[in-house]
Design a protein around this ligand. Sequence first.
Ligand SMILES: *Cc1c(COP(=O)(O)O)cnc(C)c1O
Length: 228
Amino acid sequence: MDETISSNIENILKELPPQVKLVAVSKFHPVESIVEALHAGQHRFAESRPQEFAAKYEELHSRLGVPREDIEWHFIGHLQTNKLKLVLPHADLVQSVDTIHLLRAVDSWGREASRTVNVLLELHLGAEQTKQGFVEEEILDILFHAADYCNVRFCGLMGMATNTDNEDDIRADFARISHFMNYLRDLFPELDSFRELSIGMSDDWRIAVGYGATMVRIGTAIFGPRQY
Ligand SMILES: *Cc1c(COP(=O)(O)O)cnc(C)c1O
């Protein structure tokens, strides 16, 4: 058996402060890789494509008989409202809520399913025009009206730093989301679930930890390069 995945996880955990949650990003990797990570003691995974997520969930928990409670599932990808049924029944946390339209749809789904959906609000960071996410004002507006979303639990913020080798730019992005997180926690002390700061990926998670990340989302550094 290939030991690479387990030794990658082991090496990351050696460096990751114990209070920071490791989210293993398994998108584009086969279920066998998830099983290998499970054997290495990793129990928190994230997927980014609805169909792929639903198929892997089914395979792991139905066909392979992995107990549901053995995996904490996160969804981190772009989510269209017509795909909610593939994701929301299975996701323990949706990290990538990035529009009001999606937030409202998630809340409605929760109402119909009698469920409360755990979400992170994605803050737009970085220079890239195309990158999804809210601006600060939109997030403030949502949280001022948090009580209107009865079937959503606001658990914190997610952000992706600018895709660059320039460490100063990455630090500027992480500083911005980290300050905003602290500001929101002070402003909305009643939202006691609002505590997660999901920043940091394979190339920048060590930097993210210095800016108060409570979870890091690592794919390539665990599973190797993705075959698109
Ligand atoms: C793919 C992805 C990751 C993981 O990226 P790596 O560089 O492979 O660690 C993290 N977060 C999000 C939102 C992603 O889409």
